[in-house]
Ligand binder design. Structure first.
Ligand code: FES
Length: 584
């Protein structure tokens, strides 16, 4: 694969006075004197930063982000590439969103990181940026910020962790934790084995090695042209990943000279490529929300209908958990994303540009699959189409989603009595109560779990199966909520109900015993209730106020949009006017 940047700039055409950073360092005035003299106070010389592109390494490293624990080393390797290509590297820490240790959910802070990235890029003498992210929300957040700043940017993914091994079992992060937790509740797993799984399921640095949100978004980012080809699947701790870091640093310098911005790469067609990729890899439902938000920053409208339309035309080719059998390391060994994209070339918009300056089609040309069992042929896909579906009906007037690929096929058309939980604490307190009136036919419903109600739209959507049913051998049920679900989760879980209950969606007034129906083949969700009865219940039970009295929580609650609109802040959507900082 050719990794040379397709730049038409000769050495002579690389004019330092055209660099954005020249505004800071070039002029012979007092302000620039200050900029230069303070860099010199750090030990730099004119030769370090004058007449060179300044490339920022935006690093989401944190000791509280377990997936990015290798980012200190990788930042040094990115720095090496920037220096090799004649740039001036500056490492800039930005907020880290680590899924495993943040409560209530990183999604509450995705837009905050996006704002930070945008403003950090805008206010500093930065000619290009390497966006170091990986753990779920860091990917969309950094892309959203870079799009709005519209400064040359290239994404560097953390890479999936190595496959985990327990006894003779290959474990996948997230997915197998849920699976064995259910076995433990069912009485099939002893404490010692459970501890054994805890000790080994996080095998190394890096992101979840199932096709969770992190790997889904890394693949989507690569397919949209915002990272180097092959980047998404390289395991975090193999030598290729270090080389990727250095290559990314070198390319960032070229992008700075060419002033090759996100607006030169991302279009409605490349967003479609991202959607199709997320479907072909059996990706996380979270990608829907993030892609809608990313499209919004480009002033593009990605609707749930468009997502469903592409879903019906896109085969699932990657046989990766939780929807399939293998893990990200196997995907890498089988040729990775470029090989998969080459297999679906006819579906993609191959003329879309990438960070390399050429087209996606050129980038994937000739990339071979090594192992048809991991990256399936078009003749033998994991699913012919429809891995993720959008449903509509009187319970979700603005839509909801289900990852049908990871659901029990027997439950995709199902009707049953609702068992309703008011909120997460209520669900936690009662779900395993032996007295709970629930059967395998019940439809478990959780409300107050959306962007406003939770708040933050947490990944509570894979609601637990009641212990007494687990003990009867039940392993899947229809579950409905206004929450999201981890990309590593599975089951017949209807998610992202919009509007959510806290925003006045009908979900707010469903009662235990009401009959609810899903019909995935016909894309329907239906609550069997008369309009008059719904109106009576709505009048009798007003919605609680969910706007906090102060702080970021208040800003969030007043401006976050609903799931079908991407949960961005309403004031951040649309193309930024790209205002440069003031004169002084
Ligand atoms: Fe970080 Fe899964 S917890 S990617």
């Amino acid at each position: 694969m050719n990794l040379e940047f397709v730049s038409h700039l000769s050495k002579q055409e690389r004019d330092p006075s055209k660099l954005r950073s020249h505004r800071w360092f070039g002029p012979d005035d007092m302000r620039s004197f200050g900029h230069r003299s303070r860099l010199k106070g750090m030990g730099f010389d004119d030769v370090d930063f004058q007449n060179r592109p300044v490339v920022a390494i935006l690093n989401t490293w944190s000791e509280l982000n377990t997936c990015h624990s290798h980012f200190r080393n990788r930042a040094d390797e990115v720095r090496r590439g920037i220096l090799q290509a004649g740039g001036f590297p500056v490492e800039v820490p930005v907020m880290s969103l680590g899924e495993m240790l943040m409560k209530p959910t990183t999604m509450l802070y995705r837009n905050l990181l996006a704002m930070e990235v945008e403003e950090v890029l805008r206010c500093h003498p930065i000619d290009a940026a390497v966006l170091m992210g990986g753990c779920d929300k860091t990917v969309p957040a950094m892309l959203m910020g870079a799009i709005s700043a519209d400064i040359p940017s290239i994404f560097f993914p953390a890479g999936p962790m190595l496959k985990a091994r327990w006894k003779d079992v290959t474990l996948g992060s997230g997915s197998d934790a849920w699976k064995y937790w259910d076995e433990r509740l069912a009485g099939n797993l002893c404490d010692k084995d459970w501890k054994g799984i805890e000790n080994c399921i996080g095998r190394s640095a890096g992101t979840c090695m199932t096709m969770g949100t992190a790997s889904t978004m890394a693949c989507v980012t690569e397919a949209m042209g915002m990272s180097l080809p092959g980047a998404a699947c390289i395991p975090s701790v193999v030598a290729d990943h270090s080389r990727l870091a250095t290559q990314t640093g070198r390319h960032a310098v070229e992008m700075a000279w060419a002033n090759w911005k996100p607006s030169d790469v991302l279009t409605a067609e490349s967003i479609d490529n991202g959607v199709m990729t997320s479907l072909a890899i059996g990706g996380s439902t979270n990608a829907i929300v993030h892609l809608i938000a990313i499209a919004g920053r480009l002033d593009q409208t990605l609707t749930l209908e468009r997502f469903d339309e592409l879903s019906q035309a896109t085969p699932v080719l990657a046989d990766i958990r939780p929807g399939g059998k293998y893990l990200m390391e196997d995907f890498f060994d089988a040729g990775g994303l470029p090989a998969l994209l080459e297999r679906m070339r006819d579906l993609l918009n191959v003329d879309c540009k990438t960070v390399l300056g050429g087209t996606l089609g050129e980038q994937i040309s000739g990339c071979e699959v090594i192992g048809d069992e991991v990256i399936r042929t078009r003749e033998k896909p994991v699913a012919a189409a429809g891995g993720t579906c959008v449903l509509r009906g009187n319970l979700a007037p603005s839509g909801c989603v289900i990852k049908s690929l990871a659901a029990d096929p027997n439950l995709l058309s199902h009707r049953g009595p609702a068992v309703v939980f008011e909120n997460y604490p209520d669900m936690k307190a009662r779900i395993h109560d032996p007295e709970l009136d629930v059967s395998a036919d019940s439809v478990i419903i959780l409300r107050s779990a959306g962007p406003l109600g939770a708040p933050g739209f947490p990944e509570w959507g894979m609601l637990p199966i009641p212990k007494k049913l687990l003990q009867e051998g039940i392993r899947d049920m229809v579950r409905i909520s206004d929450a999201r679900m981890s990309g590593t989760s599975y089951g017949t879980c209807v998610l992202h109900i919009a509007p959510e209950s806290a925003a006045g969606g009908p979900l707010a007034w469903v009662q235990t015993g009401d009959v609810v129906e899903i019909d995935v083949p016909n894309r329907k969700i239906h609550w069997h209730i008369e309009d008059e009865e719904l109106a009576r219940r709505a009048a009798a039970t007003p919605l609680p106020n969910v706007v906090p009295e102060r702080g970021y929580g208040q800003l969030y609650a007043k401006h976050v949009t609903q799931a079908d609109l991407g949960c961005d802040f309403d004031f951040l959507a649309g193309r930024s006017p790209g205002q440069e900082p003031g004169i002084h």
